[in-house]
Write a protein that binds this ligand. Structure first.
Ligand code: CA
Length: 314
Protein backbone atom coordinates (compact mmCIF):
# COMPACT_ATOMS: atom_id res chain seq x y z
CA UNK A 1 0.00 0.00 0.00
CA UNK A 2 0.98 3.67 -0.34
CA UNK A 3 0.35 5.90 2.63
CA UNK A 4 1.43 9.32 3.90
CA UNK A 5 1.39 8.05 7.49
CA UNK A 6 4.64 9.08 9.18
CA UNK A 7 7.26 6.53 10.23
CA UNK A 8 8.52 7.79 13.61
CA UNK A 9 11.58 5.85 14.77
CA UNK A 10 10.98 5.19 18.48
CA UNK A 11 14.35 5.61 20.27
CA UNK A 12 15.97 4.93 16.86
CA UNK A 13 15.82 1.50 15.24
CA UNK A 14 15.56 0.16 18.78
CA UNK A 15 14.37 -3.25 17.60
CA UNK A 16 17.90 -3.82 16.32
CA UNK A 17 20.43 -1.77 18.30
CA UNK A 18 20.53 -0.37 21.87
CA UNK A 19 18.00 2.47 22.12
CA UNK A 20 19.04 6.08 21.57
CA UNK A 21 22.60 5.24 20.48
CA UNK A 22 23.87 7.03 17.38
CA UNK A 23 24.18 3.72 15.47
CA UNK A 24 20.49 3.04 16.22
CA UNK A 25 19.61 6.50 14.88
CA UNK A 26 21.72 6.11 11.74
CA UNK A 27 20.14 2.71 11.10
CA UNK A 28 16.63 4.15 11.50
CA UNK A 29 17.54 6.92 9.08
CA UNK A 30 18.69 4.37 6.52
CA UNK A 31 15.59 2.24 7.08
CA UNK A 32 13.36 5.06 5.86
CA UNK A 33 12.14 6.82 9.02
CA UNK A 34 10.45 10.18 8.47
CA UNK A 35 11.20 11.33 12.03
CA UNK A 36 13.77 10.23 14.62
CA UNK A 37 12.81 10.45 18.31
CA UNK A 38 15.06 11.90 21.02
CA UNK A 39 14.17 11.48 24.71
CA UNK A 40 15.90 14.26 26.62
CA UNK A 41 17.25 14.52 30.18
CA UNK A 42 19.65 16.93 31.90
CA UNK A 43 23.09 16.16 33.35
CA UNK A 44 24.59 17.66 36.53
CA UNK A 45 26.30 20.34 34.43
CA UNK A 46 23.03 21.26 32.65
CA UNK A 47 23.84 19.54 29.39
CA UNK A 48 21.01 17.84 27.47
CA UNK A 49 21.59 14.18 26.64
CA UNK A 50 19.53 11.67 24.68
CA UNK A 51 18.33 8.97 27.07
CA UNK A 52 14.93 7.45 27.78
CA UNK A 53 14.93 7.79 31.57
CA UNK A 54 16.14 10.19 34.22
CA UNK A 55 17.87 7.00 35.46
CA UNK A 56 20.96 5.49 33.81
CA UNK A 57 21.10 2.12 35.57
CA UNK A 58 18.93 0.04 33.20
CA UNK A 59 20.84 0.96 30.03
CA UNK A 60 24.44 1.60 31.16
CA UNK A 61 27.16 0.28 33.48
CA UNK A 62 26.86 3.34 35.76
CA UNK A 63 26.42 1.23 38.90
CA UNK A 64 29.84 -0.36 38.34
CA UNK A 65 31.59 2.80 37.16
CA UNK A 66 30.21 5.30 39.69
CA UNK A 67 28.90 3.26 42.67
CA UNK A 68 29.06 6.27 45.01
CA UNK A 69 26.45 8.20 43.00
CA UNK A 70 23.52 6.00 43.99
CA UNK A 71 20.54 7.75 45.61
CA UNK A 72 18.55 6.43 48.57
CA UNK A 73 16.07 4.78 46.20
CA UNK A 74 18.87 2.62 44.78
CA UNK A 75 18.79 4.38 41.39
CA UNK A 76 21.48 6.29 39.47
CA UNK A 77 20.38 9.60 37.93
CA UNK A 78 21.85 11.36 34.90
CA UNK A 79 21.44 14.54 36.98
CA UNK A 80 24.13 13.30 39.39
CA UNK A 81 26.89 12.99 36.77
CA UNK A 82 28.61 15.54 34.54
CA UNK A 83 28.48 14.99 30.80
CA UNK A 84 32.15 13.99 30.64
CA UNK A 85 31.49 11.26 33.23
CA UNK A 86 28.41 10.03 31.38
CA UNK A 87 30.45 9.83 28.17
CA UNK A 88 32.65 7.15 29.79
CA UNK A 89 29.68 4.79 30.38
CA UNK A 90 28.94 1.84 28.15
CA UNK A 91 25.37 1.69 26.85
CA UNK A 92 23.74 -1.71 26.45
CA UNK A 93 20.35 -3.14 25.53
CA UNK A 94 17.74 -2.31 28.21
CA UNK A 95 17.40 -4.60 31.23
CA UNK A 96 14.76 -4.76 33.96
CA UNK A 97 15.20 -4.36 37.72
CA UNK A 98 16.49 -7.96 37.95
CA UNK A 99 19.03 -7.43 35.18
CA UNK A 100 17.17 -9.45 32.55
CA UNK A 101 16.81 -8.17 28.99
CA UNK A 102 13.45 -6.45 28.46
CA UNK A 103 13.37 -7.70 24.85
CA UNK A 104 15.37 -10.96 24.87
CA UNK A 105 15.30 -11.40 21.08
CA UNK A 106 17.01 -8.09 20.39
CA UNK A 107 20.66 -7.00 20.46
CA UNK A 108 22.35 -9.06 23.20
CA UNK A 109 22.32 -7.23 26.55
CA UNK A 110 25.80 -6.61 27.92
CA UNK A 111 27.55 -6.79 24.55
CA UNK A 112 28.77 -4.10 22.18
CA UNK A 113 30.46 -0.75 22.64
CA UNK A 114 28.05 2.17 22.62
CA UNK A 115 28.02 5.65 24.17
CA UNK A 116 25.56 8.24 25.42
CA UNK A 117 25.54 11.38 23.25
CA UNK A 118 24.19 14.91 23.54
CA UNK A 119 21.11 16.31 21.82
CA UNK A 120 23.37 18.63 19.79
CA UNK A 121 25.46 15.69 18.56
CA UNK A 122 22.39 13.88 17.32
CA UNK A 123 21.01 16.97 15.57
CA UNK A 124 24.39 17.46 13.86
CA UNK A 125 24.32 13.88 12.62
CA UNK A 126 20.74 14.08 11.30
CA UNK A 127 21.34 17.40 9.57
CA UNK A 128 24.55 16.03 8.05
CA UNK A 129 22.69 12.97 6.77
CA UNK A 130 19.99 15.24 5.33
CA UNK A 131 22.66 17.20 3.47
CA UNK A 132 24.29 14.04 2.17
CA UNK A 133 21.09 12.24 1.17
CA UNK A 134 18.92 15.12 0.01
CA UNK A 135 16.16 13.80 2.28
CA UNK A 136 14.50 15.91 4.96
CA UNK A 137 14.18 13.60 7.94
CA UNK A 138 12.68 15.36 10.95
CA UNK A 139 13.25 15.21 14.68
CA UNK A 140 10.85 14.33 17.48
CA UNK A 141 12.33 15.39 20.87
CA UNK A 142 10.57 14.61 24.17
CA UNK A 143 10.92 16.64 27.37
CA UNK A 144 11.23 13.89 30.01
CA UNK A 145 9.90 14.36 33.55
CA UNK A 146 9.72 18.17 33.45
CA UNK A 147 8.31 18.52 36.97
CA UNK A 148 11.21 16.45 38.32
CA UNK A 149 13.75 18.52 36.38
CA UNK A 150 12.22 21.72 37.80
CA UNK A 151 12.63 20.25 41.32
CA UNK A 152 16.26 19.59 40.44
CA UNK A 153 16.67 23.25 39.53
CA UNK A 154 16.91 22.92 35.76
CA UNK A 155 14.51 24.17 33.08
CA UNK A 156 14.86 21.33 30.56
CA UNK A 157 12.31 22.82 28.16
CA UNK A 158 14.14 26.16 28.00
CA UNK A 159 17.47 24.40 27.43
CA UNK A 160 15.91 22.28 24.69
CA UNK A 161 14.29 25.23 22.92
CA UNK A 162 17.64 27.05 22.98
CA UNK A 163 19.38 24.11 21.29
CA UNK A 164 16.58 23.78 18.74
CA UNK A 165 16.87 27.49 17.93
CA UNK A 166 20.62 27.12 17.39
CA UNK A 167 19.98 24.31 14.91
CA UNK A 168 17.35 26.29 13.03
CA UNK A 169 14.19 24.71 14.41
CA UNK A 170 11.95 27.59 15.45
CA UNK A 171 8.73 27.83 13.38
CA UNK A 172 5.55 25.76 13.05
CA UNK A 173 6.55 24.64 9.57
CA UNK A 174 9.97 23.33 10.63
CA UNK A 175 10.62 19.60 10.57
CA UNK A 176 10.15 18.93 14.28
CA UNK A 177 7.47 17.72 16.69
CA UNK A 178 8.16 18.53 20.35
CA UNK A 179 6.44 16.10 22.73
CA UNK A 180 5.74 15.85 26.46
CA UNK A 181 3.57 13.75 28.81
CA UNK A 182 3.05 16.60 31.29
CA UNK A 183 0.16 18.81 30.16
CA UNK A 184 1.25 21.73 32.36
CA UNK A 185 4.66 21.73 30.70
CA UNK A 186 3.28 21.36 27.17
CA UNK A 187 1.01 24.34 27.88
CA UNK A 188 3.95 26.28 29.34
CA UNK A 189 6.07 25.63 26.23
CA UNK A 190 3.35 27.21 24.07
CA UNK A 191 2.40 30.05 26.47
CA UNK A 192 5.23 31.15 28.80
CA UNK A 193 8.10 29.98 26.59
CA UNK A 194 6.23 31.15 23.46
CA UNK A 195 7.36 28.30 21.23
CA UNK A 196 5.81 28.18 17.75
CA UNK A 197 6.96 24.57 17.11
CA UNK A 198 4.50 21.76 16.43
CA UNK A 199 3.63 20.29 19.86
CA UNK A 200 2.41 16.80 20.69
CA UNK A 201 0.67 16.00 23.99
CA UNK A 202 1.58 12.46 24.99
CA UNK A 203 -1.14 10.53 26.77
CA UNK A 204 -0.23 7.81 29.27
CA UNK A 205 -2.31 5.19 31.00
CA UNK A 206 -3.36 6.66 34.37
CA UNK A 207 -1.87 3.65 36.22
CA UNK A 208 1.68 4.53 35.12
CA UNK A 209 1.90 7.69 37.30
CA UNK A 210 3.77 9.33 34.43
CA UNK A 211 2.92 12.87 35.56
CA UNK A 212 0.26 14.79 37.49
CA UNK A 213 -1.83 15.19 34.31
CA UNK A 214 -5.38 13.78 34.12
CA UNK A 215 -5.11 11.44 31.13
CA UNK A 216 -8.67 10.06 31.39
CA UNK A 217 -9.99 13.61 31.02
CA UNK A 218 -7.72 14.28 28.03
CA UNK A 219 -9.26 11.37 26.10
CA UNK A 220 -12.81 12.77 26.31
CA UNK A 221 -14.15 14.97 23.53
CA UNK A 222 -13.94 18.00 25.83
CA UNK A 223 -10.40 17.09 26.82
CA UNK A 224 -9.31 16.71 23.21
CA UNK A 225 -10.92 20.05 22.36
CA UNK A 226 -8.99 21.67 25.21
CA UNK A 227 -5.70 20.20 23.92
CA UNK A 228 -6.44 21.45 20.41
CA UNK A 229 -6.19 24.97 21.80
CA UNK A 230 -2.43 24.70 22.22
CA UNK A 231 -1.03 21.50 20.66
CA UNK A 232 -0.96 20.14 17.10
CA UNK A 233 -1.49 16.51 17.93
CA UNK A 234 -1.61 13.72 20.49
CA UNK A 235 0.62 10.75 21.15
CA UNK A 236 -1.70 8.19 22.78
CA UNK A 237 -0.81 4.66 23.90
CA UNK A 238 -2.02 2.53 21.00
CA UNK A 239 -4.13 0.40 23.36
CA UNK A 240 -6.27 3.49 24.10
CA UNK A 241 -7.46 3.69 20.49
CA UNK A 242 -9.09 0.27 20.15
CA UNK A 243 -11.01 -2.37 22.04
CA UNK A 244 -11.85 -5.99 21.31
CA UNK A 245 -15.46 -6.85 20.54
CA UNK A 246 -16.92 -9.28 23.05
CA UNK A 247 -18.69 -11.24 20.32
CA UNK A 248 -15.71 -12.17 18.14
CA UNK A 249 -12.57 -10.65 19.68
CA UNK A 250 -12.02 -8.40 16.66
CA UNK A 251 -10.50 -4.94 17.24
CA UNK A 252 -12.76 -1.90 16.83
CA UNK A 253 -12.09 1.81 17.34
CA UNK A 254 -12.79 3.45 20.69
CA UNK A 255 -13.62 6.60 18.70
CA UNK A 256 -10.78 8.54 20.28
CA UNK A 257 -8.69 8.79 17.11
CA UNK A 258 -11.65 10.14 15.11
CA UNK A 259 -12.60 12.58 17.87
CA UNK A 260 -9.04 13.88 18.02
CA UNK A 261 -8.85 14.34 14.26
CA UNK A 262 -12.24 16.06 14.23
CA UNK A 263 -10.78 18.51 16.76
CA UNK A 264 -7.91 19.18 14.35
CA UNK A 265 -5.31 17.07 16.13
CA UNK A 266 -2.82 14.74 14.46
CA UNK A 267 -2.74 11.25 16.02
CA UNK A 268 0.64 9.53 16.52
CA UNK A 269 0.16 6.41 18.70
CA UNK A 270 3.02 4.49 20.38
CA UNK A 271 4.63 1.91 20.33
CA UNK A 272 4.54 -0.50 17.37
CA UNK A 273 6.71 -3.52 18.16
CA UNK A 274 6.93 -6.58 15.92
CA UNK A 275 8.18 -8.61 18.91
CA UNK A 276 5.55 -7.48 21.43
CA UNK A 277 2.13 -7.46 19.74
CA UNK A 278 -0.85 -6.07 21.68
CA UNK A 279 -3.99 -8.19 22.20
CA UNK A 280 -6.12 -8.95 19.16
CA UNK A 281 -3.50 -8.95 16.40
CA UNK A 282 -1.88 -12.02 14.87
CA UNK A 283 1.09 -10.29 13.23
CA UNK A 284 2.78 -6.92 12.82
CA UNK A 285 1.26 -6.11 9.43
CA UNK A 286 -2.26 -6.80 10.77
CA UNK A 287 -1.57 -4.41 13.65
CA UNK A 288 -0.30 -1.66 11.36
CA UNK A 289 -3.09 -2.27 8.82
CA UNK A 290 -5.78 -1.71 11.47
CA UNK A 291 -4.24 1.55 12.67
CA UNK A 292 -3.52 2.91 9.20
CA UNK A 293 -6.58 1.73 7.26
CA UNK A 294 -9.27 1.60 9.96
CA UNK A 295 -8.20 4.33 12.39
CA UNK A 296 -6.34 6.39 9.77
CA UNK A 297 -3.73 7.59 12.23
CA UNK A 298 -1.21 10.20 11.04
CA UNK A 299 2.00 8.58 12.30
CA UNK A 300 3.31 5.45 14.03
CA UNK A 301 6.00 5.33 16.71
CA UNK A 302 7.81 2.14 15.74
CA UNK A 303 10.76 0.14 17.07
CA UNK A 304 11.07 -1.37 13.56
CA UNK A 305 11.25 1.49 11.03
CA UNK A 306 12.17 -0.91 8.22
CA UNK A 307 9.05 -3.05 8.67
CA UNK A 308 6.82 -0.01 9.10
CA UNK A 309 8.27 1.80 6.07
CA UNK A 310 7.94 -1.35 3.96
CA UNK A 311 4.31 -1.71 4.99
CA UNK A 312 3.41 1.95 4.40
CA UNK A 313 5.35 2.58 1.24
CA UNK A 314 4.76 -0.78 -0.40
CA1 CA B 1 9.78 8.96 24.22
Amino acid sequence: MKSNTLVIAHRGASGYLPEHTLPAKALAYGQGADYLEQDLVATRDDRVIVSHDIHLDRVTDVAVRFPGRVREDGRFYARDLDLEEIRTLNVTERVDAKGNAVFPGRFPAGSGQFRVHTFEEELSMIQGLNTASGRQVGIYPEIKAPAWHHQEGVDLSALTLGILETFGYRARGDNVFLQCFDRDETFRIRSDLQSDLKLIQLIADPSWNESGSDYAAMLTRDGLGDLAGFVDGIGPWLNQLYELQAVDGCPVSTGIAAHAQAAGLAVHPYTFRADALPPGFGDFDALMRFFVEELRVDGLFTDFPDKTAAFLRG
